[in-house]
Design a protein around this ligand. Structure first.
Ligand SMILES: [Zn+2]
Length: 492
């Protein structure tokens, strides 16, 4: 049986991929595209932020089941702001130690629901070997020692012997090295400035070494993050940024006797986690959340959430979770938000229903799990109100989405990822939320929203005769791979 390789290229967008190939700047990706199935409109998870998406990729479910709501979120039970490292200023306020604990340990061992299984857990329970290279969601049945860099050891109280779980073959930059292989020759890609090996060059170094060792796992998930960082800064050079990712893929292809041999031995999939939207240059493209909510007492980062507070802000760039500390303030909070036209959507729970309002209007749509309508992915819903809020088209009992792909399941997934009362807001195209110490990208790229610009990703499948089912979603990748490896899927 062939091995399966899944490459996760952060912020790769379909139109950029197509342009890059048309300009002959991506020979590696072109090689796979010419020999495989290309899906330009695969739908990712909401919020369109890496942490919750990675969890969906490895578990095959939306956040209502895996319970990781986003990159930044709040747990009212423990009164803890969770930040899997977004924005240096925010991380310093919350505390490096807490954020490092969140991303290194809590995400996999505490937050990711035990009710769902990762692809690594399922494969290894079936007697196969699984591998994870630099992916932050990596829960598995083996324990791996984390070797913290000296700078992190000094800044935190981490003990040297801290361990995380993962599949048999596991790499997390220079922090967790696959210990059955010879060490990768030290180079610049392993320095602090290069995120201790969480970068494309190091990930490909590890992959090449894993394959050469003769111990390549049946499945390997490889995360390539560089494209995201570059796009945030200079979205106008998107093609050049993706071309640089391609150079790393070519390095991998060249490690075989021939490129064709790669597909003789492997099924290769390439997917992105989300797109990016270009943010306007001027200050007005930042939607200032504290200003907008100035009638409320807003929790400050780095302090305890107390009864004196009205709202906790968790900023996920083009999306934000707002948590009312007192549920009776929910209505007032929503009223303050609907005045703002730069807010695209405002969504919240009403019992088992989701209510969504378009910013700056009175238009509201409510939907819930039911039986009146069926969406293109086979889920059944009931709905009432203004379908235009989410641009939903109705044809008898078939409903279809356009501007907000798979809108019902994805909003449901985000809002029901927690029991707590919470309001989810998204920014209109060209805008981004700004709040205390949050990163901002005026004139750059950003993401997080439900809109198709942030939500449609390319999916490439090569080396198998099987076709990926369409319309495609990122959450369906896991079962496709399990089937490819002839593993019976266990319903959760
Ligand atoms: Zn990003």
């Amino acid at each position: 049986m062939k091995k399966v390789l899944l490459f996760l290229i952060d912020s790769m967008m379909p139109q950029v991929l197509e342009r890059c190939i048309a300009l002959k700047k991506a020979p590696g990706l072109q090689f796979f595209m010419e020999r495989g199935q290309y899906i330009p409109d695969c739908v990712t998870v909401f919020p369109t932020m890496t942490a919750s998406i990675d969890c969906s990729l490895v578990t095959g479910v939306y956040p209502d089941q895996h319970q990781v709501p986003g990159l930044v979120w709040y747990d009212p039970e423990t009164k803890e702001i969770v930040n899997y490292i977004n924005g240096a200023a925010q991380v310093l306020k919350i505390g490096l130690e807490q954020c490092a604990t969140n991303v290194l340990f809590d995400l996999n061992e505490r937050h990711l629901s035990k009710e769902v299984k990762t692809i690594h857990e399922e494969l290894e329970e079936s007697g196969l070997v699984s591998g994870s290279i630099n992916v932050i969601a990596h829960r598995g049945h083996k324990r791996h020692k984390v070797q913290l860099p000296v700078a992190l050891q000094a800044a935190t109280r981490f003990k040297r012997q801290v361990k995380v779980s993962g599949p048999t073959i596991m790499s997390l930059g220079t922090l967790v090295k696959p210990d059955i292989f010879r060490p990768i020759t030290w180079n610049w890609s392993q320095t602090l400035q290069s995120s201790y090996g969480i970068n494309d060059a190091y990930a490909i170094d590890v992959l090449i070494e894993v394959v050469r060792s003769g111990k390549q796992p049946d499945f390997s998930l490889v995360y390539l993050p560089d494209n995201d960082h570059k796009l945030h800064r200079s979205p106008g050079e998107a093609v050049e940024h993706l071309a640089e990712v391609d150079q790393q893929l070519v390095r991998f292809l060249n490690s075989y006797a021939s490129w064709e041999e790669v597909l003789e031995q492997n099924v290769c999939l390439f997917i992105s986690d989300h797109g990016q939207t270009v943010i306007g240059d001027s200050q007005e493209h930042n939607i200032p959340l504290e200003e907008l909510l100035n009638e409320f007492s807003i929790h400050r980062l780095g302090t305890e959430v107390s009864k004196e507070h009205d709202v906790v802000i968790c900023n996920n760039e083009r999306m934000a979770y707002l948590y009312p500390v007192h549920e009776e303030k929910m209505t007032a909070l929503i009223s303050a938000l609907v005045k703002e036209k730069r807010i695209d959507l405002i969504a919240w729970k009403e019992g088992a229903k989701i209510a969504v309002r378009k910013g700056g209007t009175e238009q509201t749509l409510r939907f819930w799990k039911g039986r009146s309508y069926r969406d293109p992915y086979g889920a059944d819903w009931d709905a009432e109100g203004d379908f235009q809020v989410l641009g939903v088209h109705l044809n008898d009992r078939e409903l279809t989405f356009d501007a907000y792909p798979d809108a019902f399941s994805r909003l449901y997934g985000a809002l029901f990822s927690q029991k707590a009362a919470v309001v989810a807001i998204t920014a209109a195209p060209g805008f981004e939320f700004i709040s205390e110490s949050a990163p901002t990208h005026l004139g750059g790229g950003s993401h997080g929203s439900l809109h198709k610009q942030d939500s449609l990703i390319p999916l490439l499948v090569a080396g198998t005769a099987r076709l990926f089912p369409t319309p495609a979603r990122l959450i369906d990748v896991k079962s496709f791979i399990l089937q490819e490896l002839a593993v019976q899927t266990v319903p959760v």
